[in-house]
Each structure stands twice: as C-alpha cells, then as structure tokens.
Design a protein around this ligand. Structure first.
Ligand SMILES: NC(=O)C1=CN([C@@H]2O[C@H](COP(=O)(O)OP(=O)(O)OC[C@H]3O[C@@H](n4cnc5c(N)ncnc54)[C@H](OP(=O)(O)O)[C@@H]3O)[C@@H](O)[C@H]2O)C=CC1
Ligand SMILES: CC(C)CCC[C@@H](C)[C@H]1CC[C@H]2[C@@H]3C(=O)C=C4C[C@@H](O)CC[C@]4(C)[C@H]3CC[C@]12C
Length: 295
C-alpha cells in the first residue's frame, strides 16, 4: 500500500503539448481519458471501430482545448491496423509521448462456452494488438522518454467466474508488460510502463446479465477512473489500483488468504441470475445428459 501511494506531485501541466494515442476512445473510460487530455492541452489521436462516435469525440476534444485532435477508425482484431495507428502518429507528429492501450473486444459474462476461436480472436484484440503497437511505437517513446499505459482489470490479477476468455487476455498483458518493464530497467530504457488494475467502473456498458449477476458491488465513476489512469502514467508508476480500497484489499487478501478471497468473490455473484440468462453466442457446452449433448 505504501509503495503504490508514493509521491503525489502530479500537475495537469505535465500533459500540455504532449502527443498521446488513446485506443478504445469512442466510449467508456477511453472517451473520458481523451476529454481529460484535451482539457490539459495535449495532442490526441483517438481510435476505435465506430467512425461516427470518434468524430464526435474529436469535436468535443477540440472544444475542450486540445492542442490538436484527430482519429483513425478500424478494428484491433488485425495487428496491421494496430501498427497503422502508430504510423499515423509518426506521420502527423513526428513523435509520441504517451501510448494508452485501453480497447477490448466484445466477450460475454457467463460460463465458458468451449469456444476456442473466440479466445484466439480475443487474444488478438486484447493482447497482441497491444504488443504490436508497443513494438511500433518504441523508437518514438525512447526518443521522448515517454510512457506506455496498459489498462487491465482485477480480472487480470484475481479472477472471478464467468470471464474466462477476458481474464486470460488480461493475465497475458501482466505477464508481457511486467517482464518487459524489467528489461527496460536493466537496459536503462527510460520508457515507463503503467499497468492499471481496475475494479468495476460505471460505463453503462455492463450488460443486463452482468449487472444482475453482481451483488453489492457499487461501480466507480469513469471520469475519476480516467483521470487516475493519466495521472499514474504521467507519474511513471508501475501499477495503478483503482478504486484503491477494493483493489488493494483484494490483492492483499490474495497474498494472505487466497481461498478466502475466492469465496468472497463468488459470494458477490448471483449465480442463478447468470444461469437464467440466454446462452452466450457460439455453442455453449451443454451439461452431460441434457438433450442434444449426444450422450
Ligand atoms: N468497465 C469496467 O467495469 C472495467 C473496465 N476495465 C477495462 O477498461 C478498459 C475500457 O473499458 P470500458 O471503457 O469499460 O469499455 P467500453 O466497452 O466502454 O469501450 C471499449 C472501447 O473499445 C472499442 N473497441 C471494441 N472492439 C474493438 C475492436 N475490435 N477494435 C478496436 N476497438 C474496439 C470500442 O469502440 P468501438 O465499438 O467503436 O470499436 C470502445 O471504444 C478495458 O481495457 C477494460 O478491460 C477493467 C475493469 C473494469
Ligand atoms: C469481490 C468484489 C469486491 C469485486 C468484484 C469485482 C468484479 C465485480 C469486477 C472485476 C472485473 C470486472 C469486469 C471487467 O474487468 C471488465 C468488464 C468489461 C466491460 O465491458 C463490462 C464489465 C466487465 C465485465 C467487468 C464486470 C465487473 C467485474 C467482473
């Protein structure tokens, strides 16, 4: 707790004139990060699939005082697009100060349905595109002594049920980026890597199943969350835990009494509400002996 609550000398001026890419910025936390950065006077390049939404985000960024604002639309399922976004920054700005990796592909909040292809696709979107963007941006980030910010989840440190594919992609991020951070330190590469461990955030996106499936957990505001992510990136912190009380509590318990933490996580989920929901896309593995299971 002491380590993660170390020096707080953040000043919004730190972002003035900085060149920042934000992925998954057409909605949710990413959109809010773009607005904070604009307000702070940064140059922002936002990306996601939906052009119409990105156009509105860019307009709003200009109103809020961004040094400049532009977008590139496309899908991160394709690592070639991920590289293209970084090239766009290079062509327009000739450099980059902060790379905020935040997008996620769609998954479900339910029992693992046995769909291996879904996991492969989700790994491309949620993990490999992050790696590809990092590789392409690294020469520019070395030059500017910049920041890489990776948005993850408590599901990427202490998983709960009904999010197996998603959780797998978030653990992959921790493995890759925490290993890479060691190498940067060993080699004196002055590029910071901030891994953001977020709890439940109110983005209005949690689908009906998810919302009904969660008990007692109150979501935290996306605006504050977005600001905390930018702040910890600018301060070059290794990890952000937000909201700090819940996330630090969970991670502390995980070290001391992992079995108890798992029981606590399960007790916060209303399994019956998840079971009653329509099955997720793809072929749900039917319970043995049920009609159509072939047994
Ligand atoms: N909300 C929460 O409770 C939590 C969120 N997080 C993390 O925070 C981050 C942001 O999540 P949140 O704001 O809730 O998510 P949202 O669903 O609100 O936003 C996701 C963004 O990603 C974009 N996106 C979706 N699919 C693709 C794709 N194939 N290619 C490129 N972009 C895509 C979406 O735009 P479009 O559809 O236009 O492409 C959108 O801009 C994620 O990394 C998530 O894991 C972590 C813990 C909890
Ligand atoms: C035991 C409790 C104290 C804490 C439990 C925390 C639970 C409720 C938190 C931790 C991780 C969270 C999920 C997450 O990371 C990302 C997404 C994707 C987004 O598009 C929709 C919401 C969703 C599914 C979150 C749902 C809520 C989860 C399960």
């Amino acid at each position: 707790v002491y380590f993660y609550s170390a020096p707080e000398n953040f000043n919004e001026e730190m972002l003035r004139g900085k060149r920042v890419i934000v992925t998954g910025a057409s909605s949710g936390i990413g959109e809010q990060m773009a607005y904070h950065l604009a307000r702070m006077g940064a140059h922002v390049l936002v990306t996601a699939r939906t052009e119409a939404k990105l156009q509105k985000v860019v307009e709003r960024c200009r109103e809020l005082g961004a040094a400049s604002a532009r977008f590139v639309s496309g899908s991160m399922e394709d690592t070639a697009f991920a590289e293209e976004v970084v090239k766009e920054a290079e062509n327009t700005w000739g450099g980059l100060d902060m790379l905020i990796l935040n997008h996620i592909g769609h998954s479900y909040f339910n029992y693992f349905d046995g769909d291996v292809d879904h996991i492969r696709k989700l790994l491309e979107t949620n993990f490999l595109s992050y790696v590809a963007m990092t590789v392409t941006a690294l020469p520019m980030l070395k030059e500017s002594e910049g920041n890489i910010v990776v948005v993850s989840s408590v599901a990427g440190k202490a998983p709960g049920p009904f999010a197996a594919p998603y959780s797998a992609t978030k653990f992959a991020l921790d493995g890759f980026f925490s290993s890479l951070r060691h190498e940067f330190i060993i080699e004196n590469v002055n590029v910071s890597i901030t891994l953001c461990i977020l709890g439940y955030i109110d983005t209005g996106k949690l689908n009906a199943t998810g919302a009904r499936g969660l008990r007692r957990v109150a979501p935290s505001p996306k605006e504050e969350c977005a600001l905390e992510i930018i702040r910890s990136g600018a301060l070059r912190q290794h990890e952000l835990h937000y909201p700090p009380g819940i996330v630090n509590g969970m991670l502390l318990l995980r070290g001391l009494a992992p079995g108890f933490l798992d029981t606590l996580i399960r007790s916060n989920i209303v399994v019956e509400n998840v079971q009653r929901a329509p099955p997720p896309h793809g072929t749900r593995v039917p319970p043995a002996g049920s009609p159509g299971s072939g047994r």
